[in-house]
Design a protein around this ligand. Sequence first.
Ligand code: MN3
Length: 248
Amino acid sequence: MNSDPSAELSRRQALKTLGLGAAAMGALSFLKSPLLAADVPPPPTGPFELPPLGFDYDALAPVIGEETMTIHHTLHHQGYVNKANIAIAAQPELADLGAEGILTSMSEVSGGLRNEIRNNVGGFVNHNLFWDILTPGGSGEPKGKVASQINKDFGNFGEFTNRISSAANARFGSGWAWLAVYNEKLIVMSTANQDSPLMDGATPILGIDVWEHAYYLDYRNRRAEYVTKIMTIINWDKVEERFRAAMA
Ligand code: MN3
């Protein structure tokens, strides 16, 4: 504290001259916001780009709320894109493989940034699939070839639903449950973190994100309820497309 009254007076005078009272100084603190500050570097560019959602952020409510969707797409998914671009910059030759190709070839990827590539290219690709196979209101039960194959490999749709729900609920910590094509059959599997079935030679055609960021705002710790609800908004037309492509 400055105990010299004349010094305090001159400080006030200086602020007055600048037209900046305490309230104005407070109001200007927004300049420190990381979203608005002019000196924040632009996000890294590279081969990977965040795809736009095929629906509005509030369109999956009440199964997935607007706040979850906004954060999940603009912060989490975008974060994987940014970090994947940073990691790939050190090994630009990998970009020629494409994102899926990198995951398929992960066992051959080496170098100091291997884990960053695995986690962030994985997160990028997994979320690309996740948004693609969801649709507001769902599309009912599967039809077409994927429905026939589900009946063939799991017995019936209800049994498949039980299997993928169990895989999603049993995954300890963060990860995914998947319906994937492997050796021309459908299998249910789960992976930890952002690992992809592509790393094990399987092609995912439906995925359920069971990271807490996917459901905590809407369901708190009730993962099983989230899994049950998300099965009601699956876009089976897109799963069918992916199934046909994987079997071709
Ligand atoms: Mn996620």
